[in-house]
Structures are given as structure tokens and as C-alpha cells.
Design a protein around this ligand. Structure first.
Ligand SMILES: [Zn+2]
Length: 159
């Protein structure tokens, strides 16, 4: 276990287990899916997920090309496309702003923090059973993103 810092958060990370799981995964969710929404994400990914995220993912052993899934939520008022995606790693949140706001015993909302105008992030302990490459791991942190990107590929633009 190592301690990894990202902005105001600090994590305990099982880096070798995280790396092992990512290396056992053939492709990320967007690469596996062939829809135009995922293709548009792939085209913009490296403009979106920049430093210091790249450094943090490297420190934690997360493969930035292997998100679990990408989902498209439609167009915003500026004509940009609103999406979400998430990555996971083996470990725990030690400290930092709380992103998982419990509303009732069973329900919660996720509070995202802006990294830049087009990208916000939330860190939360993942609940089992989960939609994750880490579904067999006991302590998992979910790195949840909400973002907007323009439509830059030739495929017909969805609403
Ligand atoms: Zn897709």
C-alpha cells in the first residue's frame, strides 16, 4: 500500500493490485463500444484528461485508457456534449472533500468538484456489487467524471 495525493485528497492505494487488474483488461469501455458517442470521447480524451490527472493515475497504477464505461447524457445549452465516465482503483480515501452525500439510509448523491470548466471529478468508496473491473476487490475507490466535449468526429451528431 502506498499513499497518493491528488489536490486536497489523499488515498491509500494498492498500486500493484491496481496495475495487475488494469493489465488483465484488454480494452477500456469506450474502445470496446463502437458507437459514435464513444468514438467522439476517444477523439477528445487526451485534451480532456490532462495533468495533474495523468500524474495521479500513473502514481496510483490506473490505466487512463481503460475507463470502465462512457455514457452520453445529451447536449448542453452551449452545444457541447455532456458525458460521464469512471475509473476505479484498489484502495481507500484517507482524507479530502466528501463527494458522497448520503440523502437517506440507502440513497446518495455525488458531489463533483471542478478540475476545469469542462471536467469535474468525484472520489467515492465504490459499493459492492459494482460495475467495475475491480468487482472482486474489497476496498475500491471510484474516480467519477462528468465532462463536456465538442462533437469533433465525422459521424452524425446526436442530440
Ligand atoms: Zn458507446
Amino acid at each position: 500500500m502506498i499513499q497518493v495525493q491528488f489536490l486536497d485528497w489523499s488515498f491509500l492505494v494498492d498500486k500493484s493490485l491496481t496495475e495487475k487488474i488494469y493489465s488483465s483488461v484488454d480494452k477500456g469501455g469506450a474502445d470496446k463500444c463502437n458507437c459514435s458517442m464513444c468514438k467522439n470521447y476517444i477523439a477528445r480524451k487526451h485534451n480532456l484528461l490532462e495533468l495533474p490527472l495523468i500524474e495521479f493515475f500513473r502514481d496510483a497504477g490506473v490505466d487512463i485508457d481503460k475507463e470502465y464505461e462512457v455514457y452520453h447524457m445529451g447536449k448542453d445549452a452551449n452545444g457541447l456534449h455532456l458525458y460521464g465516465t469512471w475509473f476505479d482503483f484498489a484502495g481507500k480515501i484517507l482524507e479530502g472533500p466528501n463527494c458522497k452525500i448520503q440523502t437517506t439510509d440507502e440513497k446518495f448523491t455525488i458531489e463533483h468538484y471542478d478540475l476545469k470548466p469542462s471536467l469535474s471529478v468525484a472520489f467515492l468508496p465504490a459499493n459492492l456489487p459494482l460495475d467495475s473491473f475491480f468487482d472482486k476487490v474489497e476496498n475500491v475507490v471510484q474516480v467519477d467524471f462528468i465532462f463536456t466535449i465538442p462533437w469533433t468526429i465525422g459521424d452524425e451528431e446526436p442530440e
